[in-house]
Design a protein around this ligand. Structure first.
Ligand SMILES: *Cc1c(COP(=O)(O)O)cnc(C)c1O
Length: 360
């Protein structure tokens, strides 16, 4: 018997379930469940990672100066206002640790990314979920949910798992309408997939209460290496750096990320291939009677007639070696999120869904 207890909120956290990678007894698996880049990372990033093996005995630098400089040059941002983390997940964690605690409210939306709720509960804050309108973030509903206790508002734009996005004008209206003590965090994990969209960088430059997070896990194909970054007001960055572990990123992470961010040709190639195959996949599914919202990201959220049909389709796809994502934990039990893979993967998944629909 003991009285050892975790802090309030922590036992309310449901364990995050990653995308499945295996099906028992099925080989030749195609994994379309975690929005990974089907082309992997840039060769330049692979080479930088390989070179890092020669210095594994050395501690990494603590300020990420060279990586921040590269990100700043590529995005036209002041490197002093950038913080790097172990995935953008760690930046989200820093924001909650620094700005929310017991009695504070952290807002996220109905189908929003699960890490916002988890990070809020982990610091003892109160998670506040706001309804969306037909799978699109509703700025007025968020503003109506704000209170004197609201400290953080998280939304991904484009959003996961819906793939929808709102305009920069709507984001600005949201930031400007928040109570004075609240900060808007624009999660740009999928921003690179949207031609001509800055992920909220200009807003985070201009507005003191807008913050942007970005990741190397999606278009850069480096999910396994765990690198993300945040950008916002200098005062906020200075706060976050106080709680960041000095050696949070290894040299290998920093060097691979720097090589990746500088390889713009690879990013452009991945963006255009994704756009082309995303349209193809969505149209192929629509022809079979499976609808989806226009996705701005590297996945399609396929809607089925019922949760039962979505589950049956998922099981059939698994039997065919195709792993997609059930999103019932995102309040979308009748949907399956399908990552846009390479051309062969898109054809395979469309063909299998056609077989499934044809047999019903
Ligand atoms: C994948 C994803 C991330 C990225 O998380 P990392 O920790 O950088 O790998 C962040 N936000 C959303 C909405 C995502 O889907």
């Amino acid at each position: 018997m003991s009285d050892i207890r975790p802090q309030p909120g922590i036992l309310d956290i449901a364990l995050y379930q990653g995308g499945k990678a295996h099906v028992a007894g099925v080989s030749n698996i195609v994994k379309l469940s975690s929005n990974e880049n089907p082309f992997g990372p840039s060769d330049k990033a692979r080479e930088a990672f390989s070179r890092a093996v020669h210095n594994l005995h050395r501690y990494p630098n603590t300020d990420h100066a060279s990586l921040r400089q590269a990100i700043g040059e590529v995005h036209g941002l002041d490197p002093a206002r950038i913080i790097c983390g172990v995935g953008s997940d760690e930046v989200i964690t820093f924001l909650c640790q620094a700005y929310a605690g017991p009695g504070d409210e952290v807002i996220y939306t109905e189908h929003g990314f699960l890490m916002y709720r988890i990070s809020a509960l982990a610091v003892g804050a109160t998670p506040v979920e706001v309804a969306e309108r037909d799978r699109v973030v509703d700025v007025d509903a968020i503003l109506a949910a704000c209170s004197p206790f609201t400290k953080l508002v998280f939304l991904a734009n484009p959003a996961n798992p819906t793939g929808t996005m709102i305009s920069l004008a709507e984001l600005e209206r949201l930031a400007k309408g928040l109570p004075r003590q609240a900060m808007l965090v624009i999660d740009g994990a999928y921003a690179e997939f949207v031609e001509g969209y800055d992920g909220g960088a200009e807003l985070a430059t201009r507005l003191p209460n807008a913050f942007m997070t970005r990741t190397f896990s999606k278009i850069y194909g480096l999910g396994g290496l765990r690198i993300g970054w945040g950008y916002g007001a200098q005062a906020v960055i200075d706060v976050l750096n106080r709680i960041r572990g000095p050696f949070n990123l290894s040299a290998a992470q920093q060097e691979a990320a720097e090589a990746a961010v500088r390889d713009r040709g690879f990013v452009d190639h991945c963006r255009s291939e994704n756009a082309r195959l995303r349209v193809w996949l969505a149209e192929a599914l629509a022809e079979m009677g499976v609808q989806s919202d226009v996705s701005m990201a590297n996945f399609v959220l396929a809607r089925f007639a019922s949760a039962e049909e979505a589950t049956a389709c998922d099981e059939f796809l698994q039997s065919q070696g195709l792993i997609v994502r059930q999103v019932s934990s995102y309040k979308l039990p009748h949907c399956l999120r399908i990552t846009v893979g390479d051309e062969a993967a898109c054809r395979r998944v469309a063909h299998a869904i056609g077989q499934f629909k044809g047999a019903r």
